[in-house]
Design a protein. Structure first.
Length: 451
């Protein structure tokens, strides 16, 4: 989950919890108010009935129900009124033609406390001791409960509607607030070693996002300056070293041809020449890596046929390794393409030259199989050779600079070949991977995007 969704989710949850708590508290207050209001109604009804017992009427007269039921008072449904004397004898009941049940515990509580209130199922019971008599009334607050149910329904509608509205608004607000970060992400994704001059947009606002953009741009300027100095030094140093190496190689070649040397001296000259050529190869590789950082090279891309690149690389390697052999195959399928990619042919030549040279140096025999497959999306070139397999530990650092396998310590090489291959292919938006098959088959797969 990204940051803007987390912010929107947390704000929405907090609001929902807060709104739910407020509505619940309001509901509790209203429920308590309904209870007190209905208790007052019951109390008034009891006092109305009690007036008939304190107005000079005897209990026999009070048995006339019309004196009580016709008295104007609050409208109460399902009302039951009971009146007891001091001996807990029932002297009046509003229940007609039905057996009346009561609890002596309520009467004793009335005698001791002077008042009782309790709920029983859907009804509410209120009692009070007045002038030595015990008055009890049981009734159901139908109207109050309907109001309470209506309030709970309204509150639920308010809760869900308000929560949904806040959730939608919070996500829209978070998206709007975090929009600059999305723009930063897009620009930062495009930043690479080839375009360190890319900058994040800055505004005059004094917020954290604009401050982040300014800090990031400052960091980019420092990196760009440092990286440019490094590239300039690498290119200059490599160029300065290349010239004397060329002279040394030329002088060694002249020295070996001037006169006949004894075998020991000739061996020294040959080994020195090999070291000079290896050092020259390293310098050329460093120059090539430095040149790959120049974005302007992409403007020179042309259509290049992969099969021509492979055959030209084979011819180049065969000059130094006369026994080198190539088995070339194109897989036929329904897609009929021209095996063409966009790129710089000299650089693509270098990729396959390095792969073929490695096959000649580290395989059991100077022989490779190359298989090309093309579909509507990619062109894949698989280079296979037989030799000692690369270990799992060596695979992790296979394409790093100056990394060489354990079996190469007595063989010439700079450790830059595969790294250069990877950098050239990345420059062409292509990829290279390594795999193995059986006990001795090393496989390098080069994948290009189709035009």
């Amino acid at each position: 989950m990204n940051l803007k969704n987390k912010i929107a989710l947390n704000v929405s949850l907090l609001f929902s919890v807060f709104l739910g708590a407020v509505l619940f508290i309001i509901y509790l207050f209203f429920a308590e108010f309904r209870k007190e209001e209905f208790t007052d109604i019951l109390k008034d009804r009891i006092y109305t009935v009690a007036n008939y017992f304190t107005g000079g009427r005897d209990e026999a007269e009070v048995q006339n129900l019309e004196l009580i039921t016709s008295t104007p008072t609050y409208a109460i449904q399902k009302e039951e009124i009971l009146v007891f004397n001091k001996e807990f004898e029932l002297v009046y009941s509003s229940v007609i033609d039905m057996e009346v049940d009561w609890s002596n515990e309520d009467l004793r509580a009335l005698r001791d406390n002077g008042m009782i209130y309790r709920r029983e199922n859907d009804s509410e019971i209120y009692g009070e001791k007045i002038n030595g008599r015990y008055f009890m009334i049981e009734s159901e607050d139908i109207l109050g409960k309907e109001k309470l149910d209506y309030l709970s329904t309204v509150m639920l509608i308010v809760f869900f509607t308000g929560s949904a509205l806040v959730w939608i608004l919070s996500f829209l607000f978070a998206r709007k607030v975090m929009a600059p970060l999305d723009l930063f992400q897009q620009k930062i994704t495009r930043i690479s070693a080839n375009n360190l001059n890319e900058r994040l947009p800055e505004t005059d606002r004094r917020d954290e996002i604009n401050l982040l953009a300014k800090v990031f741009n400052t960091m980019l300027r420092r990196i760009d300056k440092s990286y440019s100095s490094q590239k300039e030094f690498t290119a200059s140093a490599s160029h300065e070293i290349k010239t004397p190496l060329t002279r040394i190689a030329f002088q060694l070649e002249n020295l070996s041809g001037i006169e006949k040397h004894n075998p020991e001296t000739a061996g020294y000259i040959s080994r020195i020449s090999e070291e000079v050529y290896q050092l020259s190869d390293i310098v050329n590789s460093l120059l090539l890596l430095a040149k790959l950082e120049e974005q302007e090279l992409q403007r020179e891309f042309t259509d290049v046929r992969i099969d021509e690149v492979i055959f030209d690389a084979f011819g180049n390697v065969k000059k130094n390794f006369p026994d080198f052999q190539l088995h070339f195959n194109i897989n036929e399928n329904e897609y009929s393409g021209e095996l063409t990619v966009r790129g710089l042919k000299p650089l693509l030549d270098t990729v396959f030259i390095n792969l073929f040279k490695n096959a000649c140096l580290y395989s059991y025999e100077p022989f490779v199989e190359v298989e090309i497959t093309e579909d509507d999306r990619t062109i894949t070139a698989v280079v296979m050779s037989r030799g000692q397999l690369i270990t799992e530990t060596e695979k992790e650092n296979l394409f790093e600079a100056f990394r060489r396998g354990a079996d190469t310590q007595f063989r010439s090489g700079s450790g830059l070949g595969l790294r250069i291959c990877q950098r050239i292919l990345e420059f062409h938006q292509a990829a290279i991977t390594y795999s193995s098959a059986g006990t001795d088959q090393n496989i390098f797969t080069v994948t290009f995007r189709h035009l």
